[in-house]
Write a protein that binds this ligand. Structure first.
Ligand SMILES: Nc1ncnc2c1ncn2[C@@H]1O[C@H](COP(=O)(O)OP(=O)(O)OP(=O)(O)O)[C@@H](O)[C@H]1O
Length: 258
């Protein structure tokens, strides 16, 4: 697979096995700069494993991952995030007990060279960093309509509000590419529309996305191209209309019933 100039991220021949079981079996794909790339496929196809590989949470046995032309295969999660590649995570039980605002402040990047003693001594630099993080968090929460809930516990939010908070946590790192893991799962249709609008407005500002999602309305509305994974491989890719017309996609989703 050749590297194209508008590729922000490429996955080349990635393999992941868990014991005897092969979760990714030579996956290849490209994520375009400035685009919203969709990833769909039946349960167990390897989508989450692929996201874990891209985010640096999952080691792989073969292949490589390039981000903006650099081989990041062996980079840590932290180094990837610093380079502008990050992903959303479900709000954990521990984070759910914190407020909405605290969730964002904890996601703020550490200052280069920041040392614990700086923070302990409450230096001017630490105070300035804190003020910047606070301003950024407030701006993000205002933008998604959650500022009025800033001091509520994160686990009191609705499913859709939690998804917006997860996305805002990722945005605190000012990423170039965000991997969105099922942004529509457990979200009512009105909020699905709001989340899609927010993603589109971030794209218009130059951000790139990859989305794993079972909600085909969201994939159809946002994503081009769409990759279809099945049994750890890319089955096909193209526009939503193209992949939906692919006979094996129908087979992969409906188990040959159609
Ligand atoms: N840590 C692990 N140990 C063993 N097997 C695993 C592990 N993680 C994933 N798997 C297996 O790898 C396969 C791919 O899982 P993965 O979660 O990537 O699929 P998915 O496409 O994201 O599915 P879903 O849509 O249900 O989330 C599954 O069969 C899963 O059981």
């Amino acid at each position: 697979m050749s590297l194209q100039t508008d590729d922000l991220l490429t996955v080349q021949d990635v393999h992941v096995g868990f014991g005897e079981f092969t979760a990714l079996d030579g996956a290849h794909l490209r994520i375009a700069r400035g685009g919203i790339t969709g990833m769909v496929g039946p349960n167990g196809a390897g989508k989450s494993t692929l996201f874990n590989v891209l985010g640096g949470q999952q080691a792989h046995q073969g292949g490589r991952v390039l981000f903006d032309g650099q081989d990041i295969t062996h980079w840590s999660v932290h180094r990837r995030a610093q380079a502008g590649l990050t992903r959303t995570f479900q709000i954990s039980r521990e984070m759910g007990a914190l407020t909405v605002l605290e969730n964002l402040l904890l996601a703020a990047p550490r200052q280069p060279g920041e040392k614990l003693w700086h923070a302990l001594l409450n230096t001017a630099a630490a105070r300035q960093h804190e003020a910047q993080a606070m301003a950024q968090a407030q701006a993000l929460l205002e933008r998604v309509g959650l500022w009025r809930l800033a001091h509520e516990r994160a686990d009191s939010l609705s499913g859709g509000q939690k998804k917006l908070l997860e996305l805002c946590r990722a945005l605190m790192l000012k990423p170039r590419l965000v991997l969105l893991d099922e942004p529509a799962a457990g979200v009512n249709p009105v909020l699905v529309g709001e989340i899609a609008d927010f993603i589109r407005s971030l794209q218009a500002e130059g951000m790139s996305f990859a989305i794993v999602e079972h909600n085909m309305d969201m994939i159809a509305a946002l994503c081009d191209p769409v990759y279809v994974l099945a049994q750890g491989k890319v089955l096909t890719q193209g526009s939503f209309a193209q992949v939906s017309a692919h006979a094996q996609v129908v087979e992969a989703y409906l188990g040959g019933v159609a």
